[in-house]
Design a protein. Structure first.
Length: 90
């Protein structure tokens, strides 16, 4: 596991065509050699049609975002899960 980076550490490529020092020139050369304009034209495919069943009443897709709620704090979760107990000291 020595080749796996710890969490939070970003791997920087220091060699090859993705190295920072010559990345722009190398990528331009690669695109020119591969005919990037031809690849771009070939990859310009129409997006897939949404085939999910629609609502019979409004004709909208079945799921859509209506609103967002804030995430409760840990303190509120603990208070709602474990109600305070009244202790008698008599």
């Amino acid at each position: 596991m020595q080749h796996v980076l710890p969490t939070g550490i970003v791997h920087i490529r220091a060699f090859g065509f993705l190295a920072n020092c010559h990345r722009t020139e190398k990528l331009e050369l690669i695109r020119r050699l591969l005919g990037a304009s031809e690849l771009a034209a070939a990859s310009a495919v129409e997006p897939p049609v949404d085939k999910r069943p629609c609502c019979p009443h409004c004709a909208e897709p079945p799921l859509r975002l209506l609103g967002e709620t804030r995430r409760p704090s840990v303190q509120r979760l603990v208070e709602s899960t474990y109600p305070a107990k009244i202790l008698e000291s008599s």
